[in-house]
Design a binder for this molecule. Structure first.
Ligand code: ADP
Ligand code: MG
Length: 499
């Protein structure tokens, strides 16, 4: 071999050696980064742990707060609002009823022809209308005129399948999912607007009176028979489908629960319901207990929120926040462990950029190379070319956050069952008592891993024997038809017949 050739071989070997060193170094760096990211995950897992004993403590606190909230106004973080719904649909309801569902940027109008026990829902129709943004921050009259005009147009399209007996007004159930203080079934004063609405002059006014005046201005002969929120609507719709429904839970953007309470167990009640029962709107999103597993991520999320210190339970379990918690954990992994490379991806710094449906899509990714996770990281956060191990780590973070949320939501439901004495198997062996909880909301409906965790945790808390009589059931569109059913069960004509 000539000198030149030997020299070239040496250079080549040296180059190969250098490349190998670089590769090994990079691999070591990557391994080091992953180890640090895994440590972040390990700490998260530890702080989010929900052993059964802790869940029992959370449930006991829920029960205790329920009792306190029923005692007196302001006695608990749980408002335990009296809904004035003292009878739920039985299935006997007959006739034509309307519903209006206002709770966000869209509202729905619906009509239903009820045929009693035999006929059930003979026919129903609905329409969805979006509210022009300027009306959400304009004047009260403009907003209610717009809604009443849409309702009048919808009424005008009523076909021959719908029948209103001679001399009767049309009656409406009004689902209004903003904080109101009710004083009867068909009146309620707006406490404050939320969800992007801001019309100062409506605050402190009776929203039923506002709607009624607007309907009159439209020449629409219709009476509001019931004012409810979406959770009460779900409870009513659930009860109509299944007479064993005793509570409703919404897990959507936000979360709330409502249930049927004995009037005697409500010291603050200022009316005597004939039925001896009253539906309570818990406003459970505001629940708090020292046993809730809170992390630094949750505390920072709460601190940065529009309502710090409020809705803590909601911030741990609802669809608005799960994706945001995930973003905060991934951001820490990016900053402390350079999980996504030397530079922290700028999109990862944007609050609420990662939504719960993105999280759920990644969490459910069953492909061998976790393709969906890769695509979401790229499309939503601008992080290209992630390795399988990085993707897997992201899925593990989703798992910790969703599992904690679902398990403490189950503990809340268990707390309600304890309050009602339904946490144990029916004592009378002949008793066929069932306890049904109607569930609704996009999170519960679409986040399958979350809802499975919720159900299995509730079974775990109840034990085998008691869980045999408890059913958790997805309600079909409770808040729409539920309000129409409540209009029927609180119809003024029904009341006239009774008296
Ligand atoms: P809202 O609570 O606003 O009345 P929904 O009950 O339809 O409306 O719930 C919508 C919420 O459900 C969304 O904000 C989101 O958090 C959650 N969600 C919707 N789709 C999914 C999904 N595929 N996976 C997980 N969560 C979802
Ligand atoms: Mg909803």
């Amino acid at each position: 071999m000539g000198k030149v050739a030997v020299g070239a071989a040496v250079v080549c070997a040296a180059a190969a050696c250098a490349v190998a060193v670089l590769v090994v170094r990079r691999r070591m760096r990557t391994t080091g980064r992953r180890a640090r990211a895994e440590e972040v995950l390990r700490v998260l897992e530890e702080r989010c742990a929900t052993p059964i004993g802790k869940l029992r403590e959370v449930a006991d606190d829920m029960t205790a707060e329920m009792v306190a909230g029923l005692q007196a106004e302001g006695a608990s973080k749980l408002k335990m609002l009296v809904s004035y719904v003292d009878n739920l649909p039985t299935g006997d309801e007959k006739g034509l009823f309307y519903a209006l569902d206002l709770g966000g940027t869209n509202f729905r109008v619906l009509r239903v022809q009820l045929g009693g026990k035999e006929g059930r829902v003979l026919k129903q129709e609905y329409e969805e209308v979006s509210i022009p943004p300027h009306l959400m921050v304009g004047s009260s009259n403009e907003l209610f005129d717009f809604i009443a005009a849409a309702l009048a147009k919808f009424v005008a399209s009523e076909g021959e399948d719908f029948h209103l007996p001679q001399g009767r007004h049309r009656e409406l159930g009004f689902t209004f999912s903003f904080p109101v203080k009710q004083s009867s079934i068909a009146s309620g004063i707006l406490i404050k607007w939320t969800k992007g609405f801001c019309i100062d002059e409506t605050v402190g006014e009776d929203v039923v009176a506002e709607l009624t005046k607007a309907m009159e201005r439209q020449g629409l002969d219709m009476k509001v028979a019931a004012l409810v929120n979406d959770t009460i609507g779900t409870l009513a719709g659930g009860r109509y489908d299944d007479s064993d429904v005793i509570a409703a839970v919404i897990l959507g953007t936000g979360t709330n629960a409502a249930y049927v309470e004995r009037a005697q167990a409500i010291p603050k009640l200022n009316v005597v319901p004939k039925s001896g029962e009253m539906v309570i709107n818990m406003e459970w999103g505001n629940f708090w207990s020292p046993h809730l597993p809170m992390t630094d991520y949750d505390k920072a999320l709460d601190f940065d929120s529009l309502n710090p210190g409020e809705q803590i339970y909601e911030k741990l379990i609802s669809g608005m926040y799960l994706g945001e918690i995930l973003r905060r954990v991934l951001l820490r992994m990016a900053k402390e462990a350079s999980l996504f490379g030397d530079i922290v991806p700028s999109k990862l710094e944007i609050p609420f950029v990662l939504r719960t449906p993105h999280m759920s899509a990644m969490h459910h990714d069953a492909s061998p190379d976790l393709k969906v996770v890769g695509t979401k990281l790229k499309e939503v956060l601008g992080i290209p070319n992630t390795s399988w191990k990085t993707r897997k780590l992201v899925v593990n973070v989703c798992d910790v956050i969703a599992k904690r949320g679902a398990r403490i939501a189950a503990a809340g439901i268990y707390g309600i069952l304890k309050k009602l004495g339904r946490d144990t198997a029916p004592t009378d062996t002949a008793s066929k008592r069932r306890t049904v909880i109607a569930m609704d909301g996009g999170l519960y409906e679409h986040y399958a891993i979350f809802s499975k965790w919720l159900q299995s945790t509730l079974r775990e808390l109840l034990g085998e024997e008691a869980s045999a009589s408890v059913v958790v059931k997805l309600a079909n569109d409770g808040s729409g038809i539920g309000a129409a059913l409540l209009a029927a069960s609180h119809s003024q004509y029904l009341k006239l017949q009774e008296s």
